[in-house]
Ligand binder design. Structure first.
Ligand code: GCO
Ligand code: MG
Length: 426
């Protein structure tokens, strides 16, 4: 039976109208598009000889142009003439074939190619991405939003607004008395953009003040909203393992869904100390690039949630491998979803989340209306969940004419110093 009129899909039951994958889909062009509809995004568009194209996100917050150069100078020339069907082989070519492995720039460039190729395959087969991955394990994907405030009362109010919007999981961050520009404190409701200037803004940090203040926030939140909402908190790599252990312990009465980035994880063993001292669930991994960054964390069951996402870790091809490995050890996913990940990454993530059996939660920071207009998409939000669309591929497009109206605007993430001037982790 032909697809209904107006149906965006080209699939028909008799196969007519479908490009399919019986013959090669040769890559004819690979172009990098940089746009700043409120914040910078880097997008790769891959075109084929059969008219089917795909897009992938390559945004690296504050270091965008490094990925642009990597793609333009070293990756796009390799793609021309290749068969777009061969996703795995292309991934291996870009990973092994570069000799220089891993790192945020390389793995984002690989992710952009990988996601664009999955998008092409989905369109060629008339299948939404979650179908290619193995089909849905769930109908909708639980998300958490960001509630921020300059002080505890402001954060309590912000959490209330998220509850009113139907969110069942909310990350809560608050300013710390005596410190200006504490991490996670936004400049307006619902939106938070830390990369705010062409040179890094300097902030001051004092872990002692923070450690005594944060439990008061969660006490107030439980007193106000009761046991039901899932509450999350991001330590943003600021604590030593011992300090993280202390915070985890002092937050136990408030039943957190997770404590994120309690301590930096370049040294995966650091999490042993944290883990031994607290039952607060631990999440980490938004800055990880490959499975090698989290192998020990996962197989020693030192964490509960792995935060690595598609754009950060070489695309769906590699994230799927991390998720399967995590499933073996009872670790669930909790993909990074800040606004510096474009709607292309979010769209692909919603399909991934709908499939992945060991799904935990998806971070969801809303993009601005200008960003959503540049990247039309078919995922939608409803009552605390994101729902994947059923358009072939990942369901996100780019309006190139509109994108061209927002030129690149250099911005970097802030830095943090301790009160004596020592450079610390932002
Ligand atoms: C999060 C993150 C972000 C990062 C941002 C950096 O948990 O959402 O910590 O807010 O700070 O992605 O570019
Ligand atoms: Mg984080």
């Amino acid at each position: 039976m032909p697809a209904a009129d107006g149906d965006a899909r080209t699939v028909r039951a008799d196969g007519s109208g479908l490009v399919g994958v019986a013959s090669p889909l040769l890559i004819t062009a690979a172009r990098v598009i940089v746009t700043c509809p409120g914040r910078n995004f880097v997008t790769l568009k891959i075109e084929t000889d059969q008219g089917v194209y795909g897009i992938g996100d390559a945004t690296l917050n504050g270091r965008e142009m490094a990925v642009v150069a990597y793609l333009n100078d070293h990756v796009c020339p390799l793609l021309i003439g290749r068969d777009a069907r061969r996703i795995e082989d292309t991934w291996q070519l870009l990973y092994r074939g570069s000799y220089w492995r891993r790192g945020p720039v390389t793995m984002r460039a690989i992710a952009a190619v990988d996601v664009a190729l999955w998008d092409i395959k989905g369109k060629a087969l008339g299948a939404p991405l979650h179908e290619l991955l193995g089909g849905r394990s769930r109908d909708r994907v639980m998300v958490y939003g960001h509630a921020n405030g300059a002080d505890i009362e402001e954060t309590v109010d912000a959490v209330g607004r998220y509850i009113d919007l139907g969110y069942q999981a909310i990350r809560a961050q608050t300013g710390v008395p005596g410190l200006t520009n504490a991490y996670g404190v936004g400049r307006g409701e619902m939106h938070y953009e830390p990369a705010d200037a062409s040179l890094p803004t300097e902030t001051v940090w004092d872990t002692r003040r923070y450690l005594t203040h944060v439990p008061k926030l969660f006490q107030r939140l439980r007193d106000t909203y009761g046991p039901e909402p899932r509450l999350l908190h991001d330590g943003h790599h600021r604590m030593t393992p011992q300090e993280a252990a202390r915070l985890g312990k002092s937050l136990e009465p408030y039943d957190l869904f997770w404590l994120e980035d309690a301590t930096p994880a370049e040294n995966q063993e650091a999490f042993r100390l944290v883990r031994q001292h607290t039952t607060t669930p631990l999440a980490v991994g938004e800055v990880f690039n490959t499975i090698w960054d989290c192998k020990d964390l996962i197989q020693e069951q030192l964490i509960d949630y792995i935060r690595t996402t598609i754009v950060g870790a070489g695309g769906l091809t590699h994230l799927r491998r991390i998720a399967d490995f995590a499933a073996v050890w009872g670790v669930r996913t909790g993909c990074h979803g800040a606004t510096d990940l474009s709607p292309v990454t979010l769209g692909a993530a919603v399909h991934f989340d709908a499939w992945v059996p060991n799904f935990g939660i998806q971070e969801y920071m809303r993009h601005t209306e200008a960003t959503d207009a540049v990247f039309p998409h078919d995922y939608r939000f409803g009552a605390g969940f994101l729902i994947p669309g059923d358009r072939p591929g990942h369901g996100v497009d780019i309006d190139e004419a509109l994108a061209a109206r927002y030129p690149y605007d250099p911005r970097q993430l802030p830095i943090a110093r301790l009160t004596d001037g020592t450079l610390w982790n932002w």
